[in-house]
Design a protein around this ligand. Sequence first.
Ligand code: ADP
Ligand code: MG
Length: 426
Amino acid sequence: GPQIEAVQSGETIFQRDALVPIYRDGVLTDVYWTYSYSPVRDAEGRVAGVLVVCSDTTDEVVSSSRLRSTEERFRHLFENSSIGFVLADLEGTITYLNSFMLNLLGYTAGEVAAGKVRWTEITPPEYAEADARAVEQLLATGRAEPYEKAYVARNGRRISLLLSATMLQKADGTQEVAGLFTEISDLRRAENALRHSEKLAAVGRLASSVAHEINNPLEAMTNCLYLLSTDLHGPDAPAYLALAQEELNRVAAITTQTLRFHRQSHPREVRFPDLLNGVLTTFQGRFFSAKIEVCQRMREAPPVLCYDGDVRQVLANLLSNALDASRNGGKLYLRSQLGTHWRTGRPGLHITVADTGHGMSPEVRARIFESFFTTKDATGTGLGLWITCEILNRHGASIRVRSRQGEPLHGTVVSVWFPFDAARRP
Ligand code: ADP
Ligand code: MG
């Protein structure tokens, strides 16, 4: 009514997407219309009729309201989730952070909108390489494999995150990166605590096994000393004294040689061929009786600055493992030569200990560096490679173990790479 009256007084009415229910097939149906009412004038210029132009826009209205509600649902999801959602460009500007990320990093949505937050600047330098790799993958395949990284929050706190990223096409044809982040700082902390407590437990077990080992010689010494005290000048006194001395040496050997927990305080420059030959000599007899042929090749190389006692221990551990694995005889290759690190390419020295023994399964291979992991029942301690690893870490050295079982080729190859300045000068 009012609209028709307005048209009669000369106005034009225009409505977009107005709801005007109508009967369709006898059913009152919601229909949205875009329409106009315009006056039609007669020869004298009076409004004599109404021109109605209308179109049914119900489909558009319904689909755009569906779109809006889907968009709202997604927005709600992104805004209220405990997963970080980030939009950014490849050059480094972050264009969107959901509230989870804003809270985590300590920025405001305004700062992000103003382009003030740059992912290149809040990434600690050691993750720049991982980011560069991800960008490469994004450009090549449109997505990046999930990887771990960190951001530094405004307050300086470092936050560990797991990121997976994909490329998104924007309406204007340009591309942006969408990143999904899961915070893993707690996980990392828990993991570190676990590792720490595992180490403590390992040290505890170690202490009790040392106590057990030195108990026998101590008891023997106590007996010797008792006998000596009763018969200090008797004919057997020197023998008791010698026995006590021997037992004392055993204790010393257990604590220093077997477990190597004493630390050499000054590193020395040693020529590896000499060092290896020295250790090999102490094994010669055992290799001979186990029918193991030793093939050695030592190339001249500059000396290495290291804690040589510890490096001897490493070699002794590797040789004794090779011996244990070659109960039916075989060959043992011992090599030392100049060589670069297999990943970083840094120059240094390679030591290779290879045996033709029984090898190990992938399951065993995966666990050999764990403390107390042994497949040798009573004869093994499971500490050899664990200690080896600690020593190598301290020297900035790396170890690589390859092994295979079955016929005709079986055996284990252990390669160790040392930098020339494995220990720092005092
Ligand atoms: P242990 O020698 O006391 O068992 P290690 O830490 O030296 O402890 O070695 C752990 C385990 O790794 C061994 O029990 C063995 O199963 C495996 N292993 C190490 N070296 C070799 C090798 N050369 N050949 C086959 N298995 C090996
Ligand atoms: Mg061993």
